[in-house]
Design a protein around this ligand. Sequence first.
Ligand code: GCU
Length: 415
Amino acid sequence: LSLLAITGCVQMTLAWTDLNPDGPVAEPPLLIAENQPVSPDEWRATRAQEIREALEAHVYGMMPDASSVSVLERKVIDENAYDGLGVLEEIVVKAMATFNGVPAETSAFRVNIVLPKNAVRPSPVIMMASFCPRWDTIRHPGVYRPEEAGSCVEGFASPIFGYIFGRYNATPPIAEILSHGFGFAAIYPGEFIPDNRERGLAALRDLSKGHEDDETRWGAIGAWGWAYSRIVDLLETDERVDQDGIISYGHSRYGKSALIAAAYDDRIDGVIAHQSGTGGASLNRQKKGESIKQITGGYPHWFSQTYAAYAGREEDMPVDQHHLLALIAPRPVLLGNARRDVWSDPNGAFRAAQAADAAYELFGSGGLEQERLDEWRPTADLAFWIRAGTHGTVKEDWPAFLEFLDAHFKSDGSS
Ligand code: GCU
């Protein structure tokens, strides 16, 4: 299992100071160059595209011109998984990316999907990518696991990690999620874009052969975001799936990717980005916690080299992370935070949400319906969740996520 994931978590815990509730509101999100209000049509036709291009050029690197997925094998593992609540499947796929007319494909990887059994209507589905493997996310003996493969939830150190980072980082409460009427799809991007400097960069290069410029080549955070969309490629032809209820969910580095996924793919209808921090929901300007220098120094395979070049001169960036949130408007987004998780800068995420609110309003949405960080409004389209404690997914988090999901998506089980 990735040493980077472990050092990342340790870094998070060491940054254990309390939240700074002050801080200026960021610039309005409707512009890159000029401060002009736009209409929803103008936003969709020009401004959103301009922002996507700027985020690629300055933060994440270039996304493919075309993409697809091909299914190599598909089987039902268990008709009665989770005590009869769901049908569990495993799909072996390869994903394709084309840059400047040159196609390339990933190595084969697996997607596990569990859908509520006997649903009377198509089910919304939560997609999750994680630094913990699929066989940790979906704890079922039928899920394929390579020999001698690592795990976040086994071994002598796992109770300690579970204690510090919460027991839900690796394994969400899937039985409960199914009983709320939601399906669940899991991938482990480490299977095809490893979270490792050398191997990660090599995989990213192989997949983007047609893109010659190393400075603007995509990093793993963008490519993992693209990987969520390859799950959507599978879900969008499945009649059991509610096509208005496809949600990207991720924690921390995958929270960043879950946001990118929705910002670049309109087929995604909602996002839960938990503690996504730098390169995710938190602004680069006036940042507390992890700086561009720290993130690009520690994880050189995560972003384009152009982002690293803004270290120490964040004010010069023509985009900031509220633009990423604005691209998702008016679709529902939950930003998860913890008060002592200052490394991911909850305050910077709140300021980004305040700034992105204007994009929600442009579409007639109430957007962020809270003035303070701790006024939780699960029904808001831009919902900001903050709890006590540190980095991780703990027992209070999923009840809040489910409150948000039940409020925004139609499922059989919703209360
Ligand atoms: C590190 C990294 C963060 C990241 C986190 C995680 O702490 O600095 O940017 O979000 O790992 O993925 O847990």
